[in-house]
Structure formats: C-alpha cells, structure tokens
Design a protein around this ligand. Structure first.
Ligand code: PLP
Length: 427
C-alpha cells in the first residue's frame, strides 16, 4: 500500500507549487458524497470538488452516459464534424437559461474560458472597450479573467501586467458595511471619473460571490444593474459558474432576482465532473462574433456533452434543485445552533440553497476576520474525515458545497465532526 505522505512528497517534486493542494489526501475512489483515500480512510465530502459533483461522485446515470459515449467516439471536434449531443445540450441550456428572449449557446472547456468568451462576444456586439467587475469577485486564472478578478492574493500576485480597460467597483456587502446604495453611487462615480458608460462593453457579476466569500448579491443590486445596462446599451454578464446547476435552489441563481442576463456563464456542476463550460446568451448578442471567432479544439467535447445531458435529466427526475433547499435548511439549522453557542467566533451563517457559508470572526465583529481559525478548522476537519473548503476576501469563510444527492444522515454526520472540531479549537 502507498501512503498519502509518500504521494505528497512525489507531488511536491513533480507538480509546480503554484498548483497547491488543500490537503495531502490522495483519493482512490469516490461514491456520491464520500471519498476513500489510498490508505483506505473514508471522508465526507462537503466540497464536491469545488461545486462540481452536484449529482454526486460516480453518479450511475452520468457514468453510464459517459461510457456509452466513449464506446462510440471520444472526439471529432464540434467545429469539424459535429454531433447530436452538442446540439441537444445547447437546446437544453437555451431552454433552462433565465428569461424569454431567444437564446444561443457556445461551448468551451473551462469556466475561465467561458468568461473570456463573454468578453469577446460583448466587445464584438457593442464595439466598446471597457469592462466593469466588482471588488472581491472571482472569474478565473487566465490573463483576462485574473484581471477581472477582484482579489490580489493569490490570484493576481506577480502576474501582471493585466489587460487594460478593466475597472472594479464596490460590491454591496451589508455585513462588511457596503450598502446597495453606496455600491450604486460608486458605480455612478466611476462613470464620471474613469469611463463613460457609452464606452463600457460589459458589466460582469456573480449572483453570489464564490471564492470571494459566499456573499449573496442583493436582488435590488442585480435589478439596478439590469436597468443601468439597459439604459446605456451595456452587456450584463452573469457569472453562474459556481452558483449554477441547481446549487442555489434554482437552476440558475439569477432567477431569484427575476432578471434576464444578456450573457451567462456555466461550467462546474453542468457536466458532473467532466470538463465542459458554456456561454448562454441572447441570440442576437451571441451571434456578434464571425464564424470561427469562437470555439476551441475540445470545446463541447462529446464526453462532456453526454455527461451534461445525463446531469440535467438526473436533476429533473430526482428533484435535485428543490433538494438543494432542503440541504440548505439542514445545514443552517445546525450551524445556527453552533453560532448561538459561539456568537463571538461565528459572525454570520448564510445560504442560498446548498451554497452555504459560515464566517469566522473575533469578538463577534465583522471587521475582525479570523483567517487563522478558518485554516485551523479546515485542517483539523480534513484530518478527522471531513473535507471542508474555505474562501473569502479575508480568508475567514468556511464554504459548504455538498453534492445535492447527499443523504441527510451524512450531512448530520459531517456537521457533528465540524462541531466537534470547532469546539476543540475555540475551547
Ligand atoms: C464564479 C467563477 N467564475 C469563474 C471560475 C473559473 O472556472 P474554472 O476554474 O473552470 O476556469 C470559477 C471557478 O471557481 C468561479 O467560481
């Protein structure tokens, strides 16, 4: 038998340190919301590979769809000789995307690529240069998406120069003292100081900031952005890469605000663990780039498309979008009890469906983030058989992203481990 420690030594020699790993846990197999490492240890997975395996690890329907597809063919390239699964998936996504306007889809391979392509499409459509993103937002690790990301360490440190014409505006975050009104004022001032609205191609926003700390963008802010974009002919891009695919209790989180994005990104949970991403948007905007202007060798891989069709079918048949709300309730009930016992250390618990967060502070004060406690909690939980992830502009938020297929008993078991680890750390 090999050990986790041996693999970690080999990993550190073989893989660049920039591609770090949360824990020295080397996975041998995974089923639904449980993982087993090379030493035979079992883990409860509250991270789902960062919001990817929403339909559970090795979901039988998704796995079968993939095997059926690879037995037929694994690649021909959608831009050379396409196949029905890509067309059927595009039709499904056009149908699922919020709003009534006719939609079109383009496929890519990663979330960052989807964001990059939104920028290309918005610029081709508007003929404008400017892009506005938000403080604390996260959009990926490629050059353009790094520049759009509103957090320096570790995403942007040492990686400049970045593309020009990108501006960051205040993000409305009541808990950290920024109201919707103030955030809108900052944007208005930006139009006076930095860039005229008629030079702005697109505004990009996450309906819930993911890496930034699971802060829920207020509905009024999403609606105000829709209005501003309509007024000035700006393309509104909603980045649903982390919030998408049923996780928040709607298929896409923008549905809560009743707005229709002009362009929307989706990736992660869409294909249940197979690399696939897409931009879905208003047909008129999506068709702005010339033929050949969008795509990529693996864009819309048949394996990813087959997996995504099985994911959508499973989510509909098994009621997983609604299940996200029940999972959220169960987490919030338990986390609120823990918060009541430790109001000085747990500043806030919040969720939309199964996108759940617990923010750790000192003295019950939002302005005293406790990144140290957050890191210690992740480390100790991982050692006790619970995979926890953290996030946040201040590094002090535990984020919970379980599979939407996780049984209640496993949620309870994981939360009991969490409480035990937390109590041990805070005394
Ligand atoms: C909101 C959001 N946008 C973009 C990305 C980038 O996606 P990928 O890592 O697939 O490139 C992520 C990934 O975490 C994300 O959460």
């Amino acid at each position: 038998m090999t050990t986790n420690a041996e693999w970690q030594v080999r990993k550190e020699k073989a893989i660049a340190r920039g591609q770090g790993n949360l824990a020295p846990i080397y996975i041998e197999r995974a089923v639904n919301a449980e993982l087993w490492d090379v030493e035979g240890n079992r883990y409860i997975d509250f991270g789902a590979g960062i919001a990817v395996t929403n339909t559970g690890h090795t979901n039988p329907k998704v796995t079968k769809a993939v095997i059926d597809q690879v037995e037929k063919f694994s690649h021909t390239c959608v831009m050379v000789t396409p196949y029905d699964t890509a067309v059927r998936l595009a039709e499904e996504l056009n149908e699922l995307a919020p709003g009534n306007s006719p939609k079109k889809t383009t496929f890519v391979t990663t979330g960052a690529e989807a964001v990059e392509n939104c920028v290309k499409i918005a610029r081709a459509y508007t003929g404008r240069r400017g892009l506005i993103a938000f403080n604390g937002g996260y959009h990926g690790r490629t050059n353009m998406t790094m520049a759009l990301t509103g957090k320096i360490a570790p995403y942007k440190s040492k990686f400049g120069p970045f593309p020009a014409e990108i501006y960051h505006s205040a993000y409305p975050n009541e808990y950290h003292g920024v109201s919707v009104e103030e955030a809108l004022k900052t944007l208005d001032m930006m139009f006076k100081v930095d860039i005229a609205p008629e030079d702005v191609a697109a505004i990009i926003i996450e309906p819930i900031q993911g890496e930034g700390g699971f802060y829920i963008t207020p509905v009024e802010f999403m609606q105000a952005l829709r209005k501003i974009c309509d007024e000035h002919g700006i393309v509104l891009i909603v980045d649903e890469i982390q919030t998408g695919f049923g996780r928040t209790g709607k298929f896409f989180c923008s549905e809560y605000s009743g707005i229709e994005p002009d362009l929307m990104t989706t990736a992660k949970g869409m294909a249940g663990g197979y690399p696939l991403a897409a931009v879905v948007g208003k047909a008129e905007i999506m068709d702005a780039p010339l033929p050949g202007g969008l795509g990529g060798t693996y864009a819309g891989s048949p394996v990813g498309c087959a997996a995504a069709l099985a994911v959508i079918e499973t989510m509909k048949e098994d009621g997983l979008v609604e299940r996200a709300n029940r999972i959220g309730d169960l987490f919030i009930d338990n986390l609120t009890k823990l918060q009541k016992k430790h109001p000085d250390r747990i500043g806030q618990v919040r969720n939309k469906g199964a996108m759940i967060a617990m923010e750790l502070v000192q003295n019950g004060n939002a302005n005293e983030p406790d990144a140290e406690l957050c890191k210690a909690l992740v480390d100790i939980a991982n050692k006790r058989g619970l995979i926890l992830l953290s996030c946040g502009l201040y590094g002090n938020v535990i984020r919970f992203l379980p599979a939407l297929t996780i049984p209640n008993e496993i949620v309870e078991e994981g939360l009991a481990i969490l409480a035990e680890c937390f109590e041990e750390l805070v005394g």
